[in-house]
Design a protein around this ligand. Structure first.
Ligand code: ADP
Length: 532
């Protein structure tokens, strides 16, 4: 048993040597080192009583060392741990294994104030002669605990966030899968071929149906963009790539027609539509869509285009070539009429006048047909056309017949529209001309009006004429289709067909509303765009 004041043995008293030099004994050096250590140190005897404390211990526990020396170490242990605490001591002294694991025990210390501090205690055996002491190094781990707690909370929060995000992703994945499945179903139903292009890696997933459309089985085509590129018809390459760029860079709709090479080394027409996905930085990451086989449709419309073109060519050359001999017939018939009619009898004169009338009518027909065939071949580029001027010009041209019939033609303030001026003039001339020609009992009253519609304008020409019965609403726009005899109303039956072609060239449509005996309204839309 070490007496309570035995700590003096470990104090840092200087020893005066016989030579008079100031020199520290080993003991004094040990004591000085311990005293100034930044770690609290407490030395305990085999009976558990404190034999020495350093300055840091006084600071940590708030006791002056005089109140600690000789006291049992349990003074520094919170009461609730005391019953268990002897274990530390006995185990330490009794078991070599416990001794080895002396460091790193996390415990609580009890301060003089009663406050508990989390501490870490390390124990080292110190032998002084035959006596065994334990030197406890005590570290205040309040800050470390706080840090660990903060860390734990952060980890928990992070884990929670990861869990939430995982749940969200799983949910998103589920709905994505569901929508993909729905999409695949829809696509399978419509027999389109799906593709899904990863823009980062360049891999393209081609669905089974996509490959089938090209005549391949599922494992025969590699899943990459080069595969698609190598199949694309060289003539469709630029337009297709421009459309892809337009979609990825400017988010323009991706809807193109191109030819792809099939297994039989033939090109087939497809219509491709697609939609990209952009990341939060606005970079496209993925693009997916489908292709539809439009080969037959395309061939049919090309054939139709070709035959329309041929027909137009025929109408043009026939009418053009017929003009000269017809002019001859008309001229000579007129000579006969003027210079020889006195030498002919009544029947002869009648024949000649019929030839003259027939030739004139044929000239009109041929001129109209020529004009009809020129809607496409002599088409001028679209420019802004002030329809107020266009309608005023038509009124001027029709002046004679307007005066003759007492017709009144008025118009609202009309818009300026992109179009082919000559053709728009012809359109109004025909419609206003017909409104006057097919007049009823009253002097003709014609009103031209306009309303704006999405992307263009709707124009209307209303009259108070004889009207048209419902069953003829469609056929009057067909070429050579007339509802009257030449005697009743002269005409070629080309006027409205020409109007329809002009309107179609301006991407619009034309139709009529009418009631017999009341009047007619011809409506048409114009969606022309100025070419850039
Ligand atoms: P055309 O006037 O030379 O016969 P159109 O193609 O201009 O040829 O007209 C076709 C037919 O539509 C006309 O024969 C006429 O019966 C009918 N039609 C055209 N415009 C009117 C109108 N404003 N009122 C009544 N009928 C009309």
């Amino acid at each position: 048993m070490i007496p309570p004041n035995s700590h003096r043995q470990f104090s840092c008293d200087a020893d005066q040597s016989s030579e008079g030099n100031q020199r520290f004994t080993a003991e004094a050096m040990f004591a000085a080192t311990i005293e100034t250590s930044p770690t609290a140190m407490v030395m305990i005897g085999a009976d558990g009583c404190i034999v020495f404390v350093n300055a840091e211990s006084e600071k940590l526990f708030g006791y002056p060392r005089s109140e600690l020396i000789g006291e049992h170490i349990e003074l520094l242990v919170p009461e609730k741990f005391r019953s268990g605490h002897p274990e530390l001591r006995s185990r330490y002294f009794e078991s070599p294994a416990a001794r080895r694991m002396g460091m790193g025990r996390e415990l609580f210390g009890r301060c003089k104030s009663g406050a508990e501090v989390p501490i870490e205690v390390g124990l080292s055996p110190v032998r002084a002669g035959s006596e065994l002491f334990a030197l406890a190094t005590i570290i205040d781990i309040t800050e470390r605990k706080k840090l660990a707690e903060t860390q734990r909370k952060l980890n928990e929060e992070l884990e929670e966030r990861v869990a939430t995000r995982t749940r969200e992703l799983a949910h998103a994945n589920e709905s994505l899968r569901a929508s993909e499945e729905r999409f695949e179903l829809a696509v399978a139903g419509s027999s389109d071929g799906l593709w899904d292009w990863d823009l980062g890696s360049g891999t393209v997933f081609f669905a089974k149906r996509f490959k089938e459309l090209l005549g391949y089985s599922d494992d025969e085509i590699t899943d990459d963009f080069r595969e698609f590129e190598s199949r694309l018809h060289p003539e469709d390459r630029d337009a297709t790539f421009a459309a892809i760029r337009g979609h990825l860079d400017r988010r323009e709709p991706y809807d193109v027609e191109y030819r792809l090479k099939t297994k039989r080394n033939e090109y087939r027409w497809f219509r491709a539509r697609g939609q990209a996905l952009w990341d939060s930085a606005g970079r496209p990451t993925r693009m997916a869509g489908s292709i539809t086989d439009i080969h037959q449709q395309k061939l049919a419309s090309r054939a139709l285009e070709q035959s329309n073109h041929d027909l137009q060519q025929f109408a043009y050359s026939a009418s053009h070539d017929l003009q000269t001999p017809l002019r001859g017939i008309a001229n000579f018939a007129q000579f006969l009429e003027q210079e020889y009619s006195s030498k002919l009898d009544e029947t002869g004169r009648d024949y000649i006048s019929r030839i003259v009338a027939g030739a004139k009518r044929m000239q009109r027909l041929i001129n109209d047909l020529l004009e009809y065939s020129r809607v496409e071949s002599r088409a001028a580029p679209f420019v802004p056309c002030d329809l107020n001027e266009v309608v005023d010009d038509a009124i001027l041209l029709l002046n004679a017949s307007l005066e003759e019939t007492g017709a009144i033609v008025t118009h609202d303030v009309l818009p300026v529209v992109p179009g082919d001026r000559a053709q728009l003039s012809r359109l109004f001339l025909n419609l206003i001309g017909n409104a006057v020609k097919y007049r009823g009992e009253q002097p003709p009253q014609v009103v031209v009006s306009a309303t704006e519609v999405p992307g263009g304008f709707q124009l209307s020409v209303r009259d108070n004429g004889i009207g048209i019965s419902g069953e003829h609403f469609e056929q009057i726009f067909e070429i050579f289709r007339r509802l009257h005899t030449q005697q009743a109303y002269p005409g070629t039956g080309i006027g409205l067909a020409l109007c329809k072609r002009i309107v179609q060239r301006h991407h619009g449509s034309i139709w009529v509303e009418s009631e017999v005996g009341v009047g007619s309204i011809f409506h048409f839309t114009l969606y022309g765009r100025i070419a850039t």
